[in-house]
Design a protein around this ligand. Structure first.
Ligand SMILES: [Zn+2]
Length: 55
């Protein structure tokens, strides 16, 4: 099973957010605008704490 969405927790404001694992652009926290994931061409480089995959 390949999970495409992951639930992450912003280290800065503790906001929990579901993001796309292979995002093509930077993903920011919706609350504090902290960078949560950086695109690498494949799987994103996720900077936030990963809580788990979302089906
Ligand atoms: Zn945040």
């Amino acid at each position: 099973m390949v999970s495409q969405f992951v639930k992450v927790k912003c280290e800065k404001c503790k906001n929990e957010q579901v993001i796309f694992e292979k995002a093509a652009s930077q993903v920011h926290c919706l609350v504090c605008n902290e960078v949560l994931a950086i695109p690498t061409g494949g799987k994103s480089d996720i900077k936030a704490k990963i809580l788990g995959g979302v089906k």
